[in-house]
Write a protein that binds this ligand. Structure first.
Ligand code: SF4
Ligand code: F3S
Ligand code: FES
Length: 248
């Protein structure tokens, strides 16, 4: 079964652009990315779209579909009525390069600002020991495919370009929280979370969690516990020091 689907796609570049209407064939079992590819192959050979795996694992095909941040390759066409207009626009939080492709280098910059795991100076490689429960705690965060949909949706930077400098966004606050939970990490992540990565900007709206294609509980399992630890320490700095010593 196939039908003519109605698509409205943003076309343009960093100078500006507009939504353009297209009619494209849609076949049973297809996802939005299939139809975008068919549009590119049959009507708009110059249309820019970033993708790689078509399996929800590379995090490249992030866009906004009817205003919702989603992976185009994981958004099934049978979730729309046949006569519904499907609007596809680039992620709004990042500068457009062309059509559906955005410049996500903001995220790479923020990634570089999180120092790597720092083991205690008196432990040599091979001497690291940690409990299985501590290993498992970080596994959830390691599922991240770096699609940056959480970064795109967070209102702190989505609507406020001026906050980008002082706010790293949910993906990288989650990374800081993961390192802070690591029993062998000796860096002071709590101070950095608050002072350098802007943890205080997050008012736990949970929009990041809602759009995560890996269903990582970013807010409940990373950001809120991190906020709690920062508050504990603010009222009693010895708590932080004591926790670090006890963990080892
Ligand atoms: Fe994407 Fe989820 Fe990773 Fe954010 S945390 S970049 S939404 S996979
Ligand atoms: Fe933004 Fe997520 Fe916090 S959407 S405000 S980082 S809970
Ligand atoms: Fe890889 Fe969509 S193409 S996640």
């Amino acid at each position: 079964m196939s039908y003519k689907g109605k698509f409205r796609v943003w076309r343009g570049d960093s100078e500006g652009g507009e939504l353009k209407d297209y009619e494209v064939e849609v076949n049973e079992g297809e996802v939005v990315l299939d139809v975008i590819h068919r549009l590119q192959a049959t009507q708009t050979p110059d249309m820019a779209v970033r993708w790689n795996c078509k399996a929800g694992k590379c995090g490249s095909c992030s866009a906004e579909i009817n205003g919702m941040p989603k992976l185009m390759c994981m958004c099934r066409m049978n979730t729309f009525a046949e006569d519904e207009v499907v609007t596809v626009t680039p992620m709004r939080t990042f500068p457009v390069i062309r059509d559906l492709v955005t410049d996500v280098s903001f995220n790479y910059q923020k990634a570089r600002e999180v120092p790597a795991f720092k083991p205690p100076a008196d432990l040599k490689p091979g001497e690291y020991r940690m409990q299985q429960v501590d290993v498992e705690r970080s596994q959830e965060f390691r599922k991240c495919i770096e699609c940056f949909l959480c970064q795109d949706t967070c209102h702190v930077i989505r609507d406020h370009e001026e906050n980008k400098e002082s706010f790293s966004g949910p993906r990288f606050l989650m990374r800081v929280a993961e390192l802070d939970m690591h029993p062998l990490d000796a860096a002071d992540r709590q101070h950095a979370a608050q002072e350098q990565h802007g943890l205080g900007f997050c008012n736990i709206t949970k929009c990041c969690t809602e759009v995560c294609p890996e269903h990582i509980k970013i807010t409940d399992n990373a950001l809120i516990p991190m906020k709690e630890r920062v508050v504990d320490r603010k009222y009693d700095p010895l708590v932080w020091l004591g926790n670090k010593i006890r963990r080892r």
